[in-house]
Design a protein around this ligand. Structure first.
Ligand code: ADP
Ligand code: MG
Length: 340
C-alpha cells in the first residue's frame, strides 16, 4: 500500500494524557478492524498534534496483523481531486468501486469536505456501503464532528456514529519524551537541559517542536559546534515561522475555485449561477483584503467589472459572514489556505 507511510507506527508514537483515548481506541481498531463499536473512529485536534501519524499507525498495524486486508489511506483533499478527475474522465464507477472494495479506509482531514457538496454525496454512499459490510472507517479532522460546519447533516450524523477522540497539546513531559524518541531514532544526542529548553519554548505543536530540533541540529552541523544551552538559546531565536508571503489574485482565484469545485474560467465569465456568483464575490472580497490591488484592478481582473461591483461584492460577503454560519466557515477555510 504505497499510500501508507511506514515511518508512522505505534512504536514511535509517544503516549501521553493528551492522546491516550485516541491512541488506545486506535490500537483496538487496528487489532479488530470493523469489529469494534469504534466505527467510524474519528480522531480530531489542532494542526501538528499527531492525527496523521496515529491514523497511519493504525493502517500499518492492520497490515502487520492482517496482511490480506485492503487498506487505503487518502487525504480528503486528494479524494476530492480524484472525484473531480473521475467526473471529467467519465470514470465515476471505477472511482466508487475502488473505494467500496476496501476493507479499511483512512481518510485524513475531513474538514476539507466543507463546501464540496458533490464529493460529500459520493463519500456518503461509499461510507454507507463500507459500514454496512462491516468495514472499518477511520477519519481525522481539525474539529469535533459537532463543530464541523459546511458538512452535510447526514454525513455528519454518520461521523458521530462511532467514537470521536481528540488529541490535545502534549504536556512538557510528553513533549520531552517526543523529542528524545526523535533524537534516538535519528541517532543523535542533546544535553537534557537543551531538550527541556526546547520543549519549554515550543508548546503549541509537535511538528514545530520537531522542526525546532531539526533546525538546531542543522545549524550545529554547519557550524561544527556542540550544542549547549547557551547556543540553543541563541539559535532558537532564529527559529521564526516564514510569514508574509505575497498573495496574488490568481492564487485567490485558484483556491476559491478549487474549494467550491467550480471551473477557474467561470469566475471571470458573465455566468450568474448562484455558486459561480458566490465564488466570484468571495474572490473579490479576499483580493481586496489580502492584496494591495485597487478596486479598479480587482474588478478588471475578475472579468472586466467596475469598481462598484467590487464594493457591492465585498459588502455582500461581509453581510453573509455576519448572518450565515456556514458561509463564514467557507470564507475562514479559504483564508486559512491562503495563509498556509
Ligand atoms: P497532524 O496530522 O495532527 O497535523 P502529524 O501527525 O503530521 O500532525 O504530526 C506532526 C509531527 O509530529 C509528525 O512528525 C509526527 O510524527 C510527530 N508527532 C506528533 N505526535 C506525536 C507523538 N505523540 N509521538 C511522536 N511523534 C509525534
Ligand atoms: Mg495531518
Amino acid at each position: 500500500d504505497p499510500q501508507l507511510n511506514q515511518n508512522y507506527t505505534f512504536d514511535n508514537f509517544i503516549e501521553g494524557e493528551c492522546n491516550r483515548l485516541a491512541r488506545s481506541a486506535g490500537f483496538a481498531v487496528a487489532n479488530k478492524p470493523g469489529g469494534t463499536s469504534f466505527n467510524p473512529l474519528m480522531i480530531y485536534g489542532a494542526v501538528g498534534l499527531g492525527k496523521t501519524h496515529l491514523a497511519q499507525a493504525i493502517g500499518n498495524e492492520i497490515k502487520r496483523n492482517l496482511p490480506d486486508k485492503l487498506v487505503i489511506y487518502v487525504s480528503c483533499e486528494k479524494f476530492c481531486q480524484q472525484f473531480v478527475d473521475s467526473l471529467k474522465n467519465n470514470t465515476i464507477n471505477d472511482f466508487v468501486n475502488f473505494y467500496q472494495a476496501m476493507d479499511v479506509i483512512i481518510m485524513d482531514d475531513v474538514h476539507n469536505f466543507a463546501g464540496k457538496e458533490k464529493t460529500q454525496d459520493i463519500f456518503f454512499h461509499i461510507f454507507n456501503h463500507l459500514h454496512q459490510s462491516g468495514k472499518q472507517v477511520i477519519l481525522t479532522s481539525d474539529k469535533a464532528p459537532k463543530d464541523l460546519a459546511g458538512l452535510e447533516e447526514r454525513l455528519l450524523s454518520r461521523f458521530k456514529w462511532g467514537l470521536s477522540a481528540d488529541i490535545q497539546i502534549p504536556d512538557l513531559e510528553t513533549r520531552m519524551a517526543i523529542l528524545k524518541k526523535k533524537m534516538y531514532s535519528d541517532g543523535i544526542e542533546l544535553p537534557e537541559n537543551v531538550v527541556e529548553y526546547v520543549a519549554n519554548q515550543i508548546d503549541n505543536s509537535v511538528r514545530e517542536l520537531e522542526g525546532a530540533m531539526v533546525s538546531l541540529l542543522a545549524q550545529s552541523t554547519l557550524n561544527k559546534k556542540e550544542i549547549d544551552l547557551n547556543l540553543a538559546k541563541s539559535m532558537l531565536k532564529n527559529f521564526v515561522k516564514n510569514t508574509h508571503k505575497e498573495i496574488s489574485m490568481e492564487f485567490i482565484q485558484k483556491l476559491v475555485c478549487e474549494y467550491f469545485e467550480v471551473p477557474v474560467e467561470m469566475v471571470k465569465s458573465k455566468v450568474r449561477k448562484r455558486e459561480i456568483v458566490q465564488a466570484r464575490q468571495i474572490s473579490m472580497y479576499l483580493a481586496k483584503n489580502h492584496t494591495k490591488s485597487s478596486l479598479k484592478t480587482i474588478g478588471s481582473f475578475f472579468g472586466g467589472r467596475d469598481h462598484s461591483t467590487v464594493i457591492y461584492a465585498c459588502q455582500t460577503v461581509e453581510d453573509l459572514i455576519e448572518t450565515d454560519k456556514k458561509f463564514k466557515t467557507y470564507v475562514n477555510d479559504i483564508m486559512k489556505k491562503l495563509k498556509a
